[in-house]
Each structure stands twice: as structure tokens, then as C-alpha cells.
Design a protein. Structure first.
Length: 278
């Protein structure tokens, strides 16, 4: 049912207080916000009442540039029609009007979008990446949290082994299993069960609105080993069970559970330069 709605413009009211700043200047403060998914989008952004904008809206001062799509398939064998979260805000998939957000000290070009939809009359959609955001009094990162998206973590005593090109990179019977809506199971492994001497730290950093900021490791002895493992910081108490643990992209590695080789899932992370850590 959820996948069947992806071709549609979807929205869901939120009871949270939503605030956004451009630099140090407030651009919106509302208790009447909505979450919006444009057609084919998998992650939401905020729509807010135009009358509650604290910044100006103006026709774009500069021509818009072409925005590349990054489609992917949600299931093996399916057509790649869903848009990867790395597809920029400016690739709109419904009718509407692009607008600049203007304050006394700065302009965010084409950072607002007024959709042509009667249910959203009076609302503008805002580019999450253009602003700094708060839900109530807490900073949020990456994108708004989806109320239909769950993250559950369970301890496991299953034997888990991670290998690449015949080299074992991790082996444990003390993993934490992370179950996340629409994503494959992720195996978070204690560092003591990871061959850290075979890995090197990477400068790459990404963010997840549910789990925090991820730092990465690469396996330098393989062309397929770039940014192959990650660990999250400790900013979100919701995911304390995985703090300090390391997970690997099972899309690009050999994962064995109780000695059984698992099929490699197809996700936006199947390609080495895909989205940030799941």
C-alpha cells in the first residue's frame, strides 16, 4: 500500500512546532506545518503556511539550472522510478511555482515551491538543505522524520560474518540488528569483532535524521572497499544501542548469517557513490 502511493503527491499534518533559519534569521515559525512527499519522492520535506513566513517570497532572480534525477528501484527487478534522496529539491515532480526566499541579509534561490494543489492552497514547500531546522526545541538533520518510518534495534546471538573478496572483515555473535522501514536489516558489530587493522578511516561524513552523523571506514585492498563501513555518533538517544558499533554495506559485501550467504539487496547504496549511510 505504501509503495503504491509513491507516484502521488502526499501530505501529512504534523503537530510539532516547526522553525527554520537562514543563517541567524528566522524564516518560519509555525504549529501548522505539513510533511510533503512530491510524486516519486521517498523522503519528506516541510510545507508551511505562507502567511506564517517571516521572510519574503519573490519570483526567482536567476534562471534555474537543470537538476539531475537519481532514480533507483525499491525492489529487485522493479523499474528505477523512485528518486534517491540525493536528487536535489529543485527537481519538482508536480506542478507549481518556484520562489526565492528573501531576508534582509540573504537570499535562498528557489528554496520555496508553491504547489498547484487545492489541498495545499496557502502553503509553500521549503528546501530542507537551504535552512537550519528545529522541531520543537531540537535540531533536526538530513530531512524531516517520516511518521510512517520505523527504526527498531534488537540484540542478536546469531553468528554473523562479513567478507569482501574472500577476506573476513568482521565476525561476531553479538550484533545489534537494526530493522528500518523499506531497508534491509543492518548488522551493527562491536569494534572488537571487526578487523580494524584491515580498514582505514575515511574523511566522508553523512547524516541520517533517525541515527545521527555517520563516519566511515574503507578497505583499501579492494576497489570495491571504499567507504564500506560506518558508525554513528551519539547525538540521538533513540539509537543508543548502536552507539560505537560498526555496520557494513551488505549490498556490496558477502554477508553470512549462521554460515548461510545472504543475497545482496538492491538499494540506493548498491552503488559505491550512493546516498549517505542508511
Amino acid at each position: 500500500m505504501l509503495l503504491g502511493t509513491f507516484p502521488q503527491l502526499r501530505y501529512e499534518p504534523t503537530a510539532k512546532r516547526i522553525r527554520a533559519n537562514l543563517g541567524r534569521t528566522a524564516v518560519v515559525d509555525t504549529l501548522q506545518g505539513c510533511l510533503i512527499w512530491e510524486p516519486r519522492r521517498i523522503t519528506p520535506v516541510f510545507a508551511v503556511p505562507e502567511q506564517e513566513m517571516l521572510a519574503g517570497l519573490a519570483s526567482p532572480a536567476l534562471p534555474g539550472a537543470a537538476v539531475e534525477e537519481h532514480p533507483f528501484a525499491l525492489r529487485r527487478g522493479a523499474a528505477p522510478t523512485t528518486l534517491d534522496p540525493t536528487t536535489a529539491f529543485g527537481r519538482h515532480t508536480c506542478a507549481g511555482e518556484e520562489l526565492d526566499v528573501v531576508t534582509a541579509s540573504a537570499t535562498a534561490p528557489r528554496a520555496a515551491f508553491r504547489p498547484e494543489d487545492p489541498d495545499l492552497a496557502g502553503y509553500v514547500v521549503l528546501d530542507f538543505d537551504a535552512f537550519n531546522w528545529l522541531e520543537d526545541d531540537e535540531e533536526i538533520i538530513g530531512h524531516p522524520r517520516d511518521p510512517f518510518h520505523r527504526v527498531d534495534i534488537r540484540a542478536s546471538s546469531l553468528d554473523v560474518e562479513i567478507a569482501l573478496e574472500g577476506v573476513t572483515l568482521a565476525s561476531t555473535n553479538g550484533a545489534q540488528l537494526l530493522y528500518e522501514t523499506l531497508l534491509p536489516v543492518r548488522y551493527y558489530i562491536p569494534p572488537s569483532d571487526v578487523q580494524l587493522d584491515l580498514l582505514e578511516e575515511s574523511p566522508k561524513r553523512t547524516v541520517c535524521p533517525y541515527k545521527g552523523q555517520a563516519s566511515y571506514w574503507s578497505y583499501p585492498d579492494s576497489r570495491q572497499g571504499r567507504n564500506i563501513a560506518w558508525s554513528y555518533d551519539r547525538r540521538f538517544l533513540d539509537t543508543a544501542q548502536i552507539h560505537g558499533l560498526i555496520s557494513f554495506f551488505n549490498e556490496r559485501l558477502d554477508l553470512r548469517v549462521e554460515g548461510v550467504l545472504q543475497p545482496r539487496p538492491v538499494t540506493p547504496w548498491s552503488r559505491p557513490n550512493g546516498a549517505g549511510a542508511p
